[in-house]
Design a protein around this ligand. Structure first.
Ligand code: CO8
Length: 224
């Protein structure tokens, strides 16, 4: 039922917020050892509570919509994911563009005070794939090129813009740019990707273990 899913999504988001606060505290704390030990025991109790009813690893969450690719535990934007920054993404499908806004915290640190390069890659990958998907060209990332132009500091509001380039059958290209919100003229990093939509028969094999129709990464037209 729609109301049940909406209520569950609210609860999943609230738990995600609480766990992200917990992860932030866990990677920043300097409390004494006994307090670390006490926290480990309390965390174990939370784990036991949640493990009472777990999905199998390929199973899609009840709060998700795999047909349109809405994923509540996405490591990039998932409201329920403790490891997501999370990034908020807005689609502009008519322009083949999407915009992500994110502030990266301590849990994603690489060099001291700076965002880990792999984390920047995942953020860029997301807006690249999403700019294509929002415009109707969903596909998996076949190639990803990241150019790191300037160090990116933790705690700084960032803006990522993905743009769909060309579309040729099942293949699309996209470009992305990362800037600080307060300095949009300075490019901090850039991304380029080739996205390839799966043939429907291939998608059936790839996603067989989920037991569900997964349309978001599959070609929908007869061009495939
Ligand atoms: C909203 C979005 C949120 C989620 C974003 C997440 C993005 C991701 O992380 S996706 C996960 C990571 N990526 C993957 O797992 C992909 C793994 N790779 C594969 O499955 C396959 O190699 C795949 C699907 C890319 C291509 O396989 P397949 O469909 O068999 O391709 P194939 O039939 O050989 O080629 C199709 C077309 O794509 C082109 N192509 C395939 N691979 C590439 C490539 N690496 N570079 C350039 N072009 C390519 C081919 O040349 C061909 O073009 P044409 O039709 O003009 O000849």
């Amino acid at each position: 039922m729609a109301e049940d899913r909406a209520a569950r999504r609210d609860a999943v988001g609230a738990l995600g917020d609480a766990l992200r606060d917990l992860v932030d505290a866990a990677v920043r704390t300097e409390v004494p050892i006994p307090d670390l030990e006490k926290a480990a025991l309390l965390a174990g109790e939370i784990t036991q509570l949640l493990r009472a009813d777990l999905r199998e690893v390929h199973e899609i969450a009840s709060v998700d919509d795999p047909e349109i690719g809405e994923r509540w535990y996405s490591p990039v934007y998932g409201p329920g994911s403790p490891v997501a920054p999370p990034m908020l993404v807005e689609d502009f499908p008519d322009e083949g563009r999407c915009v992500g806004r994110v502030t990266v915290g301590k849990k994603h640190e690489g060099p001291p005070g700076l965002v880990h390069g792999g984390v920047l890659a995942i953020l860029l990958d997301h807006v690249l794939a999403r700019s294509a998907r929002a415009a109707g060209h969903g596909g998996l990332t076949a190639t990803l090129t990241v150019t790191y132009r300037r160090p990116v500091h933790l705690g700084v509001p960032l803006v990522l813009t993905g743009r769909l380039g060309s579309v040729d059958g099942r293949r699309a290209t996209a470009t992305a740019r990362l800037v600080a919100e307060d300095d949009p003229a300075t490019t901090l990093a850039e991304g380029e990707a080739v996205l390839v939509a799966l043939r429907s028969e291939r998608a059936s094999e790839v996603f067989a273990k989920t037991g569900r129709a997964v349309g978001a990464w599959t070609t929908r037209s007869s061009d495939g």
